[in-house]
Design a protein around this ligand. Structure first.
Ligand SMILES: Nc1ncnc2c1ncn2[C@@H]1O[C@H](COP(=O)(O)OP(=O)(O)O)[C@@H](O)[C@H]1O
Ligand SMILES: [Mg+2]
Length: 237
């Protein structure tokens, strides 16, 4: 069986600036894979490239063996890769419910959408309470929950999470990480970008370290947590 996601020697950038310089990584079915690295390393660009928002100039990307790298972003969602972007990017004027419905834009299975809505409200009860409130009136933590729940509404095989803990109180971060674990238990594979490297590696099965547009260290989460270079640079030891 091929990996669920296989990114192979991908180059991408913005105009003349090359930001991703030959990225290769895999996510197997059932895995949580952490992608860590300093600010500006290219983590967000990697996720944008996988979801079709930042076209790869070279290299290939396969989902369950099928080439996806030339597909438009909406088709990639349809194939089963959903993205909770950095900075949440919820729709501030739409209600919580409408934001969630937007997450299901690629689906036509009404009963399935209703089931997943109920499930999202079960995972994040505060979103149920705020269902008819505009997204922009939510707290930062609630907006992050909404961004994760909206991505789930696309019924992903692979969920891309970009900095879900950024700027949030520790209690909220715990809650979000707990949901990430639950989603993984339910069979969703996850590629998790995090500044909170220790937390991410504790949750993940495997991890990659990114520096200046390249993957420089790869290993199991346990290996990375005990790697001297990772400890010195990212774990504050
Ligand atoms: N829209 C953009 N236009 C030009 N350069 C960008 C843009 N977005 C990001 N970059 C540059 O690409 C590099 C990688 O950024 P990014 O992928 O956001 O890294 P990370 O998520 O690891 O912090 C940085 O040097 C950043 O300045
Ligand atoms: Mg980023």
């Amino acid at each position: 069986m091929p990996p669920l996601l296989e990114v192979d020697d991908v180059y991408a950038g913005y105009g003349p600036i090359e930001v991703l310089k030959g990225i290769s990584l895999t996510v197997d079915t059932g895995e949580i894979v952490a992608l860590i690295g300093a600010n500006g390393a290219g983590k967000t660009s990697t996720l944008l490239s996988i979801s079709g928002c930042l076209p790869a100039r070279r290299g290939s990307m396969r989902l369950a063996g099928q080439e996806i790298h030339a597909l438009p972003a909406h088709e990639i969602v349809h194939r089963g890769i959903c993205h909770s972007p950095e900075g949440r990017k919820i729709f501030p004027r739409l209600t919580v419910l409408e934001n969630l419905q937007m997450g299901a834009f690629s689906r036509r299975d009404k009963p399935g959408i209703e089931r997943d809505l109920a499930h999202a409200f079960e995972l994040f009860p505060i979103l149920a309470e705020r269902k008819h409130q505009a997204g922009g009136t939510l707290s930062g933590g609630e907006q992050q929950m909404l961004a994760v729940a909206r991505a789930m509404m696309g019924r992903p095989k692979l969920l891309l999470l970009d900095e879900p803990s950024l700027g949030l109180a520790p209690m909220i971060v715990l809650k979000i990480f707990e949901v990430v674990r639950k989603l993984n238990d339910e069979g969703i594979s996850i590629l998790l970008v995090e500044q909170a490297a220790r937390m991410a590696l504790k949750l993940a099965h495997r991890g990659y370290v990114m520096e200046m547009g390249q993957i420089t260290i790869a290993g199991t989460a346990a290996e990375l947590l005990t790697d001297k270079r990772v400890q010195d640079a990212y774990l504050g030891e």
